[in-house]
Design a binder for this molecule. Structure first.
Ligand SMILES: Nc1ncnc2c1ncn2[C@@H]1O[C@H](COP(=O)(O)OP(=O)(O)OP(=O)(O)O)[C@@H](O)[C@H]1O
Length: 235
């Protein structure tokens, strides 16, 4: 195991003339829960896709546990994309079977327990689930892998506020604690209590990477307050 889980050096990704990730230097350790925060279009999804190997850097270097994104890194990454990709006809039990076939590190018992505590039945079909329930089901599957790196792109956007805390607790008490969770979100105040670190992205650049404790101690404010200050329109 490498000391750092993620290292980026001069990492850059352009789509034509648009630079979405702009010379990022970053190190992330093991066993951390990190919020990837930034306004719309700041590069969060692009960064996550670079880590997954779905996009390739235009320049610079990116390593995950010492490997460039590829076969080795994909085996240790559990990725929740920003949209659902399962077929509508599938039942919860089919999803668990599908994950068990695909991923050697998938813990089916854990997934079924999580479904139960989230109120999702084994015979429930995706087609009949609400948007929020689909998100819960997908998140439970993703977190039931014993991965080194969990990449969650907007994991609870469609879930009602009352259920968010319960989901965060269910999910975060069940995953592999030596693993790192990197999640992008706009729901900062709902999530910040579970975060160890935050990465603020703006125009493809890291404008702040710090621990939540440091932010609270040094700034005397919550992550949500700091975010609103940094990203106030018109600044
Ligand atoms: N396929 C693409 N082709 C061209 N430009 C793109 C493409 N995908 C993203 N971009 C641009 O790259 C920038 C970063 O986009 P990205 O989706 O990574 O941002 P984001 O922070 O995830 O945004 P949001 O919070 O709205 O989801 C944006 O300016 C976006 O318009």
């Amino acid at each position: 195991m490498n000391q750092e889980l993620i290292t980026a050096r001069g990492l850059t990704k352009s789509y034509g003339t648009k630079t979405a990730i702009d010379h990022i230097d970053l190190s992330v350790g093991h066993g951390r829960i990190i919020g990837l925060l930034g306004p719309n279009g700041s590069g969060k999804t692009t960064f996550i896709k670079l880590l997954c190997g779905l996009l390739h850097p235009t320049s610079g270097e990116l390593k995950i546990d010492g490997h460039s994104p590829g076969v080795e890194s994909k085996a240790i990454i559990s990725y929740l994309p920003d949209r659902m990709y399962f077929a509508d006809w599938m039942r919860t039990s089919d999803l668990a079977a599908f994950f068990a076939d695909f991923y050697a590190d998938f813990d089916r018992t854990k997934a079924l327990e999580m479904f139960k505590s989230l109120g999702i039945g084994q015979n429930d079909r995706i087609k009949t689930m609400s948007k929020g329930t689909k998100e819960k089901a997908q998140l439970a599957l993703i977190m039931s892998r014993k991965a080194q790196l969990y990449l969650l792109d907007e994991p609870i956007g469609g879930v009602d506020p009352a259920a968010r805390d319960f989901i965060l607790n269910t999910i975060l008490t069940n995953y592999n604690e030596n693993g790192t969770v990197l999640l992008s979100t706009h729901l900062i105040s709902d999530i910040e209590r579970v975060l160890d670190e935050v990465i603020f992205l703006q125009n493809g650049k890291v404008v702040r990477h710090d621990t939540v404790d440091n932010i609270r101690e040094q700034e005397g404010k919550s992550v949500d307050q700091l975010f609103r200050e940094i990203f106030t329109y018109g600044h």
